[in-house]
Each structure stands twice: as structure tokens, then as C-alpha cells.
Design a protein around this ligand. Structure first.
Ligand code: AMP
Length: 424
């Protein structure tokens, strides 16, 4: 399968070539013809699968086909996505795939001054990529009119619901034209998502891609069993490895992310945090300098990290094991993208062991445990000691083994009370 087989127009094929893509990913191969045919689509896929191009390319083509020349521009395409970073990234994809076309777009999200966004909207755009809150806000202020929308995309629907956007989505659906093409993407399809999709889509074609196994398979994964209070030292120890040029570290909480950043900075490692409490500009700046490799470490919580796409990111750390196994797959999917190398290192303390089990169940394999590190868990330590005594591999271990045997031989023998009692 090639991009030429997908009936894409030349300016888009040229952009594909500029991007260096040779083969369409499975979601692209399946979705592009469906979208070009004008059908609704229910896509079960997550970021990292090439999903953005799967909808961006045919949307650009469709909007280009029915271009209204000479009149003031109307919003004909709308993409709604849960996070600001995703909106920016989708905007960049439209920019890239549409660079040889004249379809204008703008990205609308909250947390920043609205005036520049209003300025662009006043000039007229063909396409809006937005997060729900600011979109509704600008609609209410009369700066956005959606009555001419021909194509509507709801991206990362499950995440939208998790983030409490359901009411915003309902408000949006109420003002969108009934006659439109709708595309609905979600990484998971629990019943409430299926129900929402039924409210939005009309006789949709369905496409499911399972990136999990393929993404996960090419990523080298390992887990360090380590006590909670030793994690930070272990992290520092591992980051001393100059092979790790940049790394994305996931923490469970915003506070935790800030703490890791502070610690690393204290030890002269450039680091920045990206989470929901940071102003949008700070988040974008942190992401940009990480992408440019001026910041070596980016520490993120899940809420801010969804969809982060950093080219050639090789290392992802799970500072804490996520309690939702799918989150692990999302997180480590930030590395090993588009065929690049990927290494995912997780820290697991005693309390997190059940979460690790769930993850291994989901991905269908055991994650190799690295136990020869400086801060093993007490129970692992005991196992290691036993192993060293039984099978010493180097001089230091032989010394430990000899000493252990000596100590053992000097222990008072247990009295065999049972033999006496037998004789009674
Ligand atoms: P997405 O799932 O849209 O976040 O895309 C994941 C990454 O894959 C992005 O960095 C894209 O630039 C890249 N990508 C998308 N389509 C292709 C393709 N056909 N070949 C190679 N890389 C691609």
C-alpha cells in the first residue's frame, strides 16, 4: 500500500514526501478512503498510530475540493480535542500536510490571551482546531459561528469524558449543522463512549487499530523494584548515564513533578515540568525547549502529556507505576515512534506491584526486572543476597559468600526437641 493508492491529490502527496513518509500506517490506509468518500467514521485508535494524518489529509482534500473562491471565509471544518498540546500538535500537522494548499486554519485554546485568536478569526479561517472551553467561550462572545461546518472531528473522545467535557460537547452538538460529516476517535470504547458516538455519527464506518502491541513490542522495557523514598536517588543515578540525552519522566501528581524537577535542577540537570497547574505559555515553552534539547528532562503528569509528540525521544521513565494499565501504554508510546528506538524504564515500589501485574496482563508479557541496582526493595535484597551466596560471580560476591558461610557455620545449632520427645 502506498499513499498514491489512496486517491490523495498531488499537493498532499508532495507534503507526504516532504515529511518523509513512505507507507501509510494502518489507520491511514483504512480511514483515508472512507473519509474521502464522505462517510462518517468511528475510529478506535490512539496517538502514535498516525491518526492525525489519517483525518487531516482527507479533510484538507475535501475542503480544497469545495473551496469557495472570492467570498469571506467560513468555518467549514472543526476539530475538537481535549488538551492544548494536542490542539497545537494537530495545528502543526495541518500546517505540514496542507503546506501546498491554501486552506487556512487556526488553533483555539484557553489559558492564554484571547485577543490574538480573535484577530485571526476576524480575518476568516476555513478550519478551527480547538479545545472545548475556549471554543464555547468565543462562540458565546460571537466570534465563532459554526453553522457552515461540513466536517466535524471529535478527537480523543474517551479523554474528553475523563476530563469532564461532556456538557461542553453536548452544547457544541446543539449548534453544529445536522447535515455534516463526523469523525469520532477514541482510544477505548467503553459503553458511554459508544453512546456518545451514536449521538454524533450517522451510519459510520468503523476502523480499529491496535497500536498497543506493535508500539509496545519495539520498546525496550524494564522495571526497577525500588522503595518509594529511594526513587529520586535511583533516577539521579540512572541519569548520570550520558547515553540518556533527553528523557520524559511521568509522575502521578503535579506536586510530584515539581519535586522531581527541583531535585534534578539542584543536581545540575536541566529539567522542566509540564502539568495542569502551569500556565499555557510555560507549558508550551517547556515542551519547545525539550524538543530543541535545550532542556534535558521533561517531567509530566498524564493530563498534560497526552499526545506529546517529540521526534526521536528515546527514553521514557515511569517514576510511578500508573494505576490504569492503558496509561502505561500511552506513556511509553511517547518513545519508539515511527520506527525510532525506544526505552521505557519504570520504578515500582512495594505498593505498586499490583499495578505492574495489571500492566503485564494488558501487554501480555512480563517486563524484565533489573535487580542489580543500588536501591533494591528489602524483599528483593534478600533474594539477591541468597543468590549471591549460592552463585557468586565475581571477587566481591565470593567474599560475601565465604563470609556468609562462616557466619552460618558459627550459628548455634537448633536443638532437636522432637527427638527427645520421641524418646520419652
Ligand atoms: P499521531 O498518531 O498522529 O500522533 O502520529 C504519530 C507520529 O507518526 C507523528 O510524529 C507523525 O509525524 C508520524 N507519522 C504519521 N504518519 C506517518 C507515516 N505514514 N509514516 C511515518 N511516520 C508517520
Amino acid at each position: 500500500m502506498t499513499f498514491q493508492n489512496l486517491n490523495l491529490i498531488l499537493p498532499i502527496l508532495k507534503a507526504v514526501q516532504d515529511e518523509g513518509y513512505t507507507t501509510p500506517t494502518p489507520i491511514q490506509a483504512q480511514s483515508i478512503p472512507i473519509i474521502l468518500s464522505g462517510k462518517d467514521l468511528l475510529g478506535c485508535a490512539q496517538t502514535g498510530t498516525g491518526k492525525t494524518a489519517a483525518f487531516a489529509m482527507p479533510i484538507l482534500q475535501l475542503l480544497n475540493e469545495n473551496k469557495i473562491i472570492g467570498k469571506a471565509k467560513k468555518v467549514r471544518g472543526l476539530i475538537v480535542t481535549p488538551t492544548r498540546e494536542l490542539a497545537v500538535q494537530i495545528g502543526e500537522s495541518f500546517e505540514a500536510y496542507g503546506r501546498h494548499l491554501r486552506i487556512s486554519h487556526t488553533v483555539i485554546f484557553g489559558g492564554v490571551n484571547q485577543n490574538p485568536q480573535i484577530g485571526t478569526l476576524k480575518n476568516g479561517v476555513d478550519l478551527i482546531i480547538a479545545t472545548p472551553g475556549r471554543l464555547l467561550d468565543l462562540m458565546n462572545q460571537g466570534y465563532i459561528n459554526l453553522k457552515d461546518v461540513e466536517i466535524f472531528v471529535l478527537d480523543e473522545a474517551d479523554r474528553m469524558l475523563d476530563m469532564g467535557f461532556i456538557h461542553d460537547i453536548k452544547k457544541l452538538l446543539a449548534v453544529l449543522p445536522r447535515k455534516r460529516q463526523s469523525l469520532f476517535f477514541s482510544a477505548t470504547m467503553p459503553p458511554e463512549i459508544v453512546k456518545l458516538s451514536q449521538n454524533i455519527l450517522h451510519q459510520p464506518a468503523q476502523v480499529t487499530v491496535t497500536p498497543n502491541s506493535s508500539t509496545v513490542e519495539i520498546i525496550r522495557q524494564s522495571v526497577y523494584m525500588v522503595e518509594k523514598n529511594h526513587k529520586i536517588q535511583l533516577l539521579l543515578d540512572l541519569l548520570n548515564n550520558p547515553k540518556i540525552k533527553t528523557a520524559l519522566i511521568f509522575t502521578r501528581t503535579k506536586h510530584g513533578a515539581d519535586k522531581v524537577v527541583k531535585f534534578l535542577q539542584k543536581h545540575h540537570i536541566t529539567a522542566a515540568a509540564i502539568h495542569g497547574n502551569k500556565a499555557q505559555n510555560a507549558r508550551q515553552n517547556a515542551l519547545n525547549s525539550f524538543k530543541a534539547q535545550t532542556t534535558r528532562i521533561l517531567v509530566a503528569t498524564d493530563i498534560a502529556s497526552r499526545g506529546i509528540d517529540v521526534e526521536n525521544l528515546e527514553y521514557v521513565f515511569n517514576y510511578e507505576i500508573p494505576n490504569i494499565p492503558e496509561t502505561y501504554v500511552h506513556r511509553i508510546g511517547r518513545t519508539g515512534r515511527a520506527g525510532a528506538n525506544g526505552t521505557a524504564i519504570s520504578f515500582c515500589d512495594s505498593e505498586e506491584k499490583p499495578f505492574l501485574k495489571d500492566i503485564e496482563k494488558l501487554i501480555g508479557k512480563k517486563i524484565p526486572v533489573i535487580d542489580d541496582h543500588v536501591f533494591p526493595l528489602p524483599e528483593e535484597q534478600a533474594v539477591i543476597r541468597k543468590e549471591v551466596i549460592k552463585h557468586p560471580v565475581n571477587h566481591a560476591e565470593k567474599k560475601v559468600a565465604t563470609l556468609a558461610k562462616k557466619v552460618h557455620s558459627q550459628q548455634p545449632k537448633k536443638k532437636k526437641w522432637f527427638s527427645r520427645s520421641k524418646n520419652l
